[in-house]
Design a protein. Structure first.
Lengths: 257, 410
């Protein structure tokens, strides 16, 4: 199945977008690891949908507009992206940081979205000030971060075999993630008071072994959204689409059917 | 030529290095004994006062959540010294204004110290080392841009005397800024900014501020100093005076070579104790992606391995000057000439386990036998001549650089 990648110009900046498949629109917002347009899960989703996967500015070597200081700029950037891509009646699927972005967009205006899937999403604080709701991925050794993120750490990308170019892209993704999530860390304190505006049916799809944001966090997140259900996928961590691709796709299709 | 005597106020009484992961950010403060801290703080204050008595000026700084530097609030220490000393210039290098939330508060604190000390403040601004990102909870991305916006706000606060003004920038905002007191020195206290590489020299030279360089050594000093001098000449049509540049090195002067060596080994604690894992030295946005990637690979410092700096290696790099008074003079003279000259020697004269007696011996020998000759060296030439002479010298940029240097050159 052929993919089509192009860079579109926007009123502020530009955006690289990959499209694959045909059918109803499924807008896929990637997480802090960068674009997953090349991942096999996209082929699976493209069996039934036109998957539209933009790359957030700063990830995978793309440019960050000079005025960007954090998530608010990305949210407004995406309002332009939604216009430019003529997103209508689309499924909105956001993963991790992309789930936060999806929740922000849907709570501004949900009219463009038929259904919403938040996958191991961040974006809210559900506990008290001293509860570490979201593990600090910038403040732990890499092997500990791997343990938090994966059900089976053997599924993590092997860093030792990367070329300088690949590692530099990874470092760039990490910088972009820092740009959007540094403070308040991976959440918007105002978002919980906005989530009532999400009128579309919403699925919070979680890796049961996620150590970055646990299933308890996911359930509390679901409680903040009016028409939300929570489903956990066993033997998967923070990236269930990668560790349990088939189960993940099954759950997505079951929700969207 | 001025010499600013400097110590980071380390807390050296730590468990063996293999028993903790990092000396910075997450070393539990249960390791800090307040009784011992009380002794050390007062001792360090005594050392600074002693530096004044030997005709040296004073430099201090701050870091956070680290045993390498117990001072999380440099203005507090400097305020004590403003009262305890009478003649020394008081250099704070510096205020980490990229990470500070409110530059107006910095302007107020500095003005207060300047007035108490009767105009002896030398006010430094720094971006801060990468390990400061986590304690400050401030993104290191665009840190240099934030530094200059905060700088502009502080300068405006110092130099506005006819009532409130507004400053509404990208990061910092005030609508009714009118600081009391205003600084003693008019129009403003001398300003210092650290320079880490070529692009960072331009705004410093533009403002005619003092550009300070920490431990860049032979490999990088020319790039940075030449950059400043070129920028200064281009923008102001005259050569940068010597007093616009400063260099920080570790200095130990001993009565004989053996004692000097022992002192230098102890001083090197500053480098060898700096056990910091990559995730603290590589916060996202501090380094460009290429350098960040090298740290991730462990090819640069910050890989969690204690540094293996040796005195010989660091002397070869121009980071450590150690020996008898004659030897130290020769070493600094060679570096000074190679660098094209600078008017401010920033002397890290105490670190780790150097005793009071050892520290004083070195301070005294430096002040009485090295410093006067450095003053003569500076007086014997002009900035233009010294720069010209340095250009004719063979470049020593191929001296290998490993991890620590980049992190400290801030």
């Amino acid at each position: 199945m052929g993919a089509n990648t192009e860079t579109i110009n926007l009123p502020v900046g530009e955006c690289t977008v990959t499209r694959k498949g045909s059918g109803p629109q499924l807008l896929l917002l990637h997480g802090g690891g960068g674009s997953i347009a090349e991942h096999p899960v996209i082929d699976r989703l493209a069996e039934k949908f036109e998957v539209i996967a933009p790359t957030h500015p700063g990830f995978n070597g793309t440019k960050v507009p000079d005025h960007f200081d954090g998530m608010p700029e990305l949210v407004h950037f995406y309002l332009d992206v939604l216009d430019a891509l003529e997103i209508e009646d689309a499924v909105l699927l956001g993963i991790s940081m992309g789930g936060w972005l999806a929740a922000e967009l849907a709570s501004i205006n949900c009219a463009r979205f038929s259904k919403i899937i938040l996958v191991d999403a961040v974006g809210v604080k559900v506990g008290g000030p001293t509860d570490r709701d979201i593990a600090d991925v910038f403040g732990v050794p890499p092997d500990e971060a791997t343990k938090l993120m994966y059900h089976d750490p053997a599924n993590a990308r092997d860093m030792s075999g990367l070329t300088d170019e690949e590692l530099t892209e990874l470092a760039g993704n990490r910088i972009a993630l820092g740009l959007y999530t540094w403070e308040p860390y991976m959440h918007n304190p105002k978002l919980p008071q906005r989530l009532h505006r999400i009128s579309a049916p919403t699925l919070l799809l979680w890796g049961e072994s996620d150590g970055l944001v646990t299933t308890n966090y996911g359930k509390a997140y679901a409680d903040l959204i009016p028409d939300a259900r929570f489903v956990a996928i066993p033997e998967a961590g923070h990236s269930p689409y990668a560790e349990q691709t088939d189960r993940f796709v099954d759950e997505v299709f079951a929700f969207l059917d | 030529m001025r010499t600013y005597w400097f110590t980071e106020d380390a807390y050296p009484d730590l468990p063996p290095q293999d028993e903790y992961e990092s000396i910075r950010v997450n070393l539990p403060n249960g390791e800090f004994d307040p009784e011992r801290g009380h002794e050390l703080y007062n001792w360090y204050l005594d050392l600074w006062c002693m530096a004044e008595s030997y005709g040296l000026d004073i430099m201090n700084n701050e870091h956070h959540q680290t045993a390498t530097c117990m001072v999380p609030a440099a203005p507090l220490m400097l305020a004590i010294l403003a009262r305890e000393t009478k003649t020394a210039r008081l250099l704070i290098l510096g205020n980490p204004i990229s990470n500070r939330r409110n530059p107006v508060r910095v302007a107020e604190e500095m003005a207060l110290i300047d007035v108490i000390s009767k105009g002896r403040l030398e006010c430094g601004f720094v971006r801060g080392v990468p390990y400061e990102a986590a304690p400050a909870n401030r993104t290191p991305l665009r840190g240099s841009q934030r530094l200059w916006e905060a700088h502009d706000m502080i300068m405006k606060a110092w130099t506005t005397h006819d009532g409130p003004f507004n400053f509404e920038g990208r990061w910092f905002h005030g609508r009714q800024i009118n600081i009391w007191p205003r600084p003693y020195q008019q129009p403003a206290p001398p300003v210092w900014v650290t320079m880490g590489g070529r692009p960072s020299t331009t705004p410093v030279a533009k403002h005619k501020h003092v550009g300070a360089v920490f431990l860049a050594g032979y490999p990088r000093i020319r790039e940075i100093f030449d950059g400043y001098r070129e920028d200064y000449l281009k923008m102001h049509g005259e050569h940068a005076p010597f007093d616009r540049l400063g260099y920080l090195g570790l200095v130990y002067v001993g009565e004989n070579e053996k004692k000097a060596r022992e002192g230098a080994e102890k001083l090197l604690w500053y480098m060898t104790a700096n056990k910091v894992p990559g995730y603290w030295s590589n916060p996202p946005g501090y380094h460009p992606p290429q350098i960040s990637a090298q740290i991730m690979r462990g090819a640069r410092g910050g890989s969690g391995v204690p540094l293996t700096a040796t005195v010989d290696d660091q002397m070869a790099r121009g980071n450590v000057f150690a020996g008898t008074p004659d030897q130290v003079y020769e070493q600094i003279k060679n570096f000074w000439e190679y660098s094209g000259g600078f008017g401010n020697m920033l002397m890290m004269g105490q670190a780790g386990f150097l005793t009071h007696e050892e520290t004083e011996t070195s301070m005294k020998l430096y002040a009485e036998e090295v410093f006067p000759r450095l003053k003569e060296l500076e007086a014997s030439t002009t900035p233009a001549e010294a720069w010209e002479k340095s250009k004719a010298m063979e470049k020593r940029e191929n001296v290998p650089l490993d991890g620590f240097a980049l992190e400290f050159v801030r």
